[in-house]
Ligand binder design. Structure first.
Ligand SMILES: [Zn+2]
Length: 311
């Protein structure tokens, strides 16, 4: 089972985990809390758990979990205000409602995530209520809202509510320290700037981290071209401590590899090598969501890079 980072909301986490362990997943869940408190993290975790095929859900390793992670699982639907609109329309809710009666494609459940549920007007909420009153057995509704006060009592009474609150400063600080390699001072100032909000602090910190990841990715590509495994391992070593950092590094590395492939003469050895390496990188990225050891992940990636020279 994959771990569940919900810093400062351990009571909510325990409630969620015990609901899954006992196989009593509510049909309608409302996750409320300010932006940056982990609402989407929790919603994604629940959606993944609902479609996962393993005994201890979500395993993070099965096909369903991978699809959920990539936001491509056919049984997970997300409804949010359409581009440029402020509200989720009644038409959107009606469309979702009729879809709710279709059998799941591959999972045991279909999950309908309603993001910014507090933007539904009364008419839309009443349309939702119809299906909440008699939900098909396979369906789970996950409502995400900044505040439950905009929701009708009739809707609220059908939902199991998980309220997320911002973690205390000490918990927020130690969480950020565990996922970022920035100095204590940088982390503190990001936390202050964000008013103690972890999601916001991470956004502030990622600006600086992206530059570091980009430099590392450029260096990696230089050593990849030379086939220098030792130097490649040296570049990846600092990332072994954190999945968040590794994820950032992989994203930058993909961009750098794609740029190198475009620069190289079409059909030549370098272009081919870059294309093949890009594939290995995509696989490594997928394995990142499992609990694979990061040292091993980098080691296998570098060996694949070296093997390309002998093909
Ligand atoms: Zn799974």
């Amino acid at each position: 089972m994959i771990d569940f980072p919900l810093t400062g909301n351990s009571r909510v986490r325990d409630a969620v985990l015990s609901a899954f362990a006992e196989d009593r997943i509510p049909h309608a869940i409302l996750i409320d809390g300010e932006t940056g408190t982990g609402r989407h993290t929790l919603a994604r975790y629940l959606a993944m758990a609902a479609v996962c095929s393993a005994a201890h859900r979500p395993c993070g390793e099965c096909r369903a979990c991978h699809l959920a992670k990539a936001d491509t699982h056919p049984d997970i639907r997300i409804t949010a205000p359409e581009d440029g609109k402020k509200n989720i329309s009644v038409a959107q809710i009606r469309a979702m409602r009729s879809e709710a009666f279709v059998k799941p494609h591959s999972a045991a459940h279909r999950v309908f995530v309603i993001d910014q549920a507090d933007t539904m007007n009364e008419q839309a909420q009443n349309a939702l209520l119809k299906v909440l009153e008699e939900p098909p057995g396979t369906v789970i509704f996950l409502l995400i809202a900044a505040s439950r006060s905009a929701l009708l009592d009739t809707v609220l009474s059908r939902c199991t509510v998980f309220s997320l609150s911002p973690p205390d400063q000490a918990a927020a600080f130690s969480y950020l320290q565990s996922v970022c390699k920035d100095s204590e001072e940088t982390i503190r100032s990001a936390l202050t700037a964000s008013g103690g909000n972890i999601g916001e602090a991470l956004r502030i910190l990622s600006g600086a981290d992206t530059a570091a990841a980009k430099d590392a990715a450029d260096a990696f590509v230089r050593f990849l071209l030379k086939g220098d495994a030792f130097e490649m391992m040296k570049v990846t070593a600092p990332f072994e401590k954190s999945r968040v950092e590794t994820d950032r590094f992989f994203k930058e590395l993909k961009l750098a590899v794609a740029a190198e492939a475009r620069r190289a003469p079409a059909g030549g050895a370098t272009a081919k090598k870059m294309t093949r390496f890009y594939e290995s990188l995509t696989e490594a990225q997928e394995r990142l969501v499992t609990n694979i050891n990061l040292g091993l992940l980098f080691c296998s990636l570098v060996s694949q890079a070296i093997a390309l020279d002998y093909e």
